[in-house]
Write a protein of this length. Structure first.
Length: 245
């Protein structure tokens, strides 16, 4: 199966159309701004970032990439939405940071540079691609043996449907309507199994609680809605390409 099949043109068009508001804290990416400190803390508390080669898969406008770079990481950010990358590059210059932004897919980069990165992060992307297991497989190939891989996504539960899709998108308008498709949401047990198949060992699974009013975000025990997960690449994991799922 061709890795380029793992692109949803509608998703890319949607995020490209929203590119100009990536850094508007009060706009339709407000939720990402609110949870970004939690995402950064989750990664920083579990791995060293200073002077490490870090890859941000699905970097969008660069919110997490810049946060990682501010911690001293040598960051590469990849995305398929060219308009988002253009915004990311402009904001990077204004921030005085150095980040290598590239328009490419994780699968393609894994073919070119297997085992290159100390840390790979992939936040809020799995629910926007046709084959999320392929992204996970690529992330596993991109990280060095003993390196760390982090994901954040939305669970496929009735609670997530009610609060993330119905409430946040259709009622409150915190997130643009149509951003999430319930059928594409990923259960933690699915992600854990894909990780095991790719040679990744589970280190941590944490829920993420987000209350739009006041922008409150915190880690929690419940993974019924949003969650973050930390894997570590097995030392005996092969850098050879695994079959795409």
């Amino acid at each position: 199966m061709n890795p380029t099949d793992n692109i949803d043109a509608g998703e890319i068009a949607r995020f490209s159309a929203m590119a100009d508001i990536w850094w508007d804290r009060n706009g339709e990416f407000r939720a990402l701004h609110d949870i970004n400190p939690i995402r950064l803390t989750y990664v920083r508390d579990r791995t060293e970032l200073a002077a490490k080669q870090v890859l941000d898969v699905g970097c969008g406008g660069g919110l997490l990439s810049e946060a990682l770079a501010s911690c001293g990481a040598r960051v590469t950010g990849i995305d398929m939405a060219g308009a988002s990358l253009a915004v990311a590059r402009t904001h990077m210059k204004d921030s005085g940071l150095v980040i290598d932004y590239r328009q490419t897919m994780a699968e393609a980069l894994a073919d070119e540079n297997p085992g290159r990165y100390d840390v790979v992060v992939c936040m809020e992307l799995l629910e926007h691609v046709p084959r999320p297991a392929s992204i996970l497989n690529a992330c596993a190939r991109l990280v060095r043996p003993g390196g760390d891989v982090f994901f954040a996504t939305v669970n496929r539960t009735w609670l997530a449907w009610l609060l993330v899709i119905v409430a946040a998108e259709r009622v409150l308008g915190v997130v643009r309507k149509g951003t999430h498709d319930y059928r594409k949401l990923v259960k933690p047990e699915e992600l854990i199994q894909w990780g095991a198949d790719a040679g990744l060992s589970l280190e941590n699974l944490s829920g993420l609680r987000y209350i739009p009013f006041g922008g409150h975000a915190a880690l929690c025990r419940s993974t019924g809605m949003n969650y973050l997960i930390h894997f570590r690449k097995d030392f005996d994991g092969s850098l050879e390409q695994s079959p795409l799922v």
